[in-house]
Design a protein. Structure first.
Length: 377
């Protein structure tokens, strides 16, 4: 294990030394000969992330996207008193995950709180079940601040990553997680299915499976910059290729690793593309209105390479009769909400329970909470 870590660190350092000078030179040339609406420092950060992710081996990227430091979060002033109900692992015959915040009973209701069924991102090959914990806990706080009569429980699904498992294994695991919540006595009307990036794609896959099995639909869906078409060929991959943090090369490698690329299983092909009107398909639910819940909220940044596909998904879903609201945040790159939160997570966790959170702390979580409240209305 130590040898592998040393090897991956050496690979990272070597590729950084070789690659970064070229990235910087290309960035400067691009900014000299064409106008950019991105500040230089941010442009450099995005360019380095995009360039390194394009060349680093997936195994190396995986190692540096390993399990987050949950102990430091649980021992922080903000959460040490409530740590007993945070990050509780779940493992059944069909479902693995973690209650990031376990269910509680709201002050004025006998029913359990609303539950966010959460799917993390990572292009189906990266990411962690607890990777977005701090931001999701802040979302839970914000919901209760806005609606004191309710509280938000969060169940994050631990689905199998590629290349260990091929798609649609992850869809079956997502459906099992939904069934797990139902088995806990949680009404579908109390559940919101949600995810970011590949997790957004998996959330839609889960909703499709729910409809195909004839199960009751959840209350709503929350999709953050969802990867709605895994072929990575839409026009915004070109228009935003120097604006986003995502690399098409990395996405293509991940799609192939999980069996959703050029070697896609024909039986899973209809699950790869969610940008077409479902009413044109011959089998299964015939329209997005029969798949999506009563309310779906979708968020994406204007610099995201997924922008065109997401717009197309929303347009076609709406044309099929589904109620879908799209928010496009100007100047923002892929997954901006959680990435923006990272700069102030330490300050946030250093506050005492119930202590006022100053303006500008965890701003991405505020955006997610805004969308979730719209779904819960």
């Amino acid at each position: 294990m130590a040898a592998a870590a040393i090897r991956d660190t050496a690979v990272l350092v070597a590729l950084t030394i070789v690659t970064v000078p070229g990235i910087v030179a290309s960035l400067l040339a691009r900014r000299i000969f064409s106008r950019s609406d991105i500040p230089l420092k941010e442009d450099l950060r995005r360019s380095i992330l995009r360039g390194l992710s394009a060349v680093l081996p997936l195994t190396t990227i995986k190692r540096f996207n390993a399990s987050p430091r949950i102990d430091s979060l649980l021992n922080s002033p903000r959460f040490s008193e409530s740590r007993h109900q945070l990050c509780t692992p779940v493992s059944t015959a069909d479902c693995r995950g973690a209650w990031i915040r376990a269910p509680t009973t709201s002050e004025n209701k006998d029913e359990p709180s609303f539950v966010l069924l959460w799917f993390h991102g990572g292009a189906y090959c990266l990411g962690h079940v607890l990777g977005n914990t701090t931001s999701l806990l802040r979302v839970s706080e914000l919901i209760t601040e806005e609606r004191p009569d309710i509280s938000l429980a969060i169940f994050s699904v631990e689905y199998t990553l590629g290349p260990k498992a091929k798609f649609p294994t992850q869809q079956r695991e997502a459906l099992a997680a939904y069934r797990y919540l139902l088995d806990q006595g949680i009404s579908p009307e109390r559940i919101v299915v949600a995810g970011v990036s590949a997790g957004g794609h998996l959330a839609i896959s889960c909703l499709l499976a729910i409809a195909e099995k004839g199960l009751a639909k959840p209350r709503g869906a929350l999709l953050l910059c969802p990867w709605v078409h895994l072929n990575n060929e839409s026009p915004s991959f070109e228009t935003n290729r120097h604006r986003d943090t995502l690399s098409k090369r990395l996405l293509d490698r991940c799609a192939n690793a999980v069996g959703a690329g050029t070697d896609c299983d024909p039986n899973a092909s209809s699950l790869i593309d969610f940008t077409t009107p479902r009413s044109h398909l011959a089998d299964g639910p015939k329209a997005w209105a029969g798949i999506l819940p009563a309310r779906t909220w979708v968020s994406v940044g204007s610099h995201d390479v997924f922008l065109h596909d997401i717009r197309t998904f929303v347009q076609n879903a709406s044309a099929d009769g589904a109620s879908v609201e799209l928010q496009v945040s100007p100047g923002m790159a892929h997954g901006w909400q959680f990435k923006l939160d990272r700069a102030t997570q330490g300050e946030y966790c250093g506050l005492r329970p119930g202590e006022y959170v100053p303006v500008g702390i965890m701003p991405g979580s505020e955006n997610v909470a805004e969308g979730l409240l719209r779904v819960l209305e």
